[in-house]
Design a protein around this ligand. Sequence first.
Ligand code: ARG
Length: 284
Amino acid sequence: MTDVVADDLLPWGRRYLMCPPTHFGVLYEINPWMHREVSVDRDRAVEQWEGLVAAVRAAGAEVVTMAPAEHVPDIVFTANAGLLTGQRFVPSHFRHPERQPETAVFASWFEAAGYEVVRLPTTMDHEGAGDALPFFDEAGRAVLLSGYRPRSDAAAGSVLSGLLGCPVRSLELVDERMYHVDLTFCPLDRRHAICAPLGWDTYGRKVVEALVPEPLWLEDDEALLFCANSVVVDRNIVMPNVPPRVGRILEGWGFTISEAPVDEFLKAGGGCRCLTLALDVQLA
Ligand code: ARG
């Protein structure tokens, strides 16, 4: 086991955007977790969302909330708002028409907050921080690991690289259940990340092996509990589920874990990380 030192910490993840689940529900099916006949308990969803806000704050981060919007139930998943670096924001282009109206809502929030909003070409889909997470290359520079196929186009990688001023490495997502990269990958600090090879092809696995010095490889059943979909604030990790083996390894690495149950949101195919968007990311 390696010594975990303070300057290994992620330089971001201390300020998040979240959106209350006022209009949340499973009203359509765009991933294999969603079933319209399963009803969402709205009160429980609100309780769980508030529990997550409290857990993220207790972990040491600031939470900023935005006003909910009607007719876009998945807007609670702010990870899909877009990608940002400093004060520059690139709104998502959603694959499915059901989520496309969210783009305007997120873009106006960021405009009002003083961000420079720059757009992807309209022909290109990319679902934001849900499909691209920053890690570090051998020289310690930020690199975006970007998932493609189910929701984002492979070609968006190089365009994003130009708009964000940061290299992008692409990962093909091959398992329908792991339809966003944030279900398969969770950076923990500069050396460690939770990794779910279930979601990747052989080439993708090699990309991650080359990038992450000390990966925690998830078993498939652990990955399917969404434990990679966690919020990391310095040495604290807020997880939707903590499989025992995973908990032991993370604690052995010096992390403190808290569990924030979000099963009402798992009905829509989203966990803790999907419900948050880090606002303090600086890539270039
Ligand atoms: N129902 C949403 C969708 O299918 C869930 C989004 C989850 N977000 C994430 N970052 N993985 O788009």
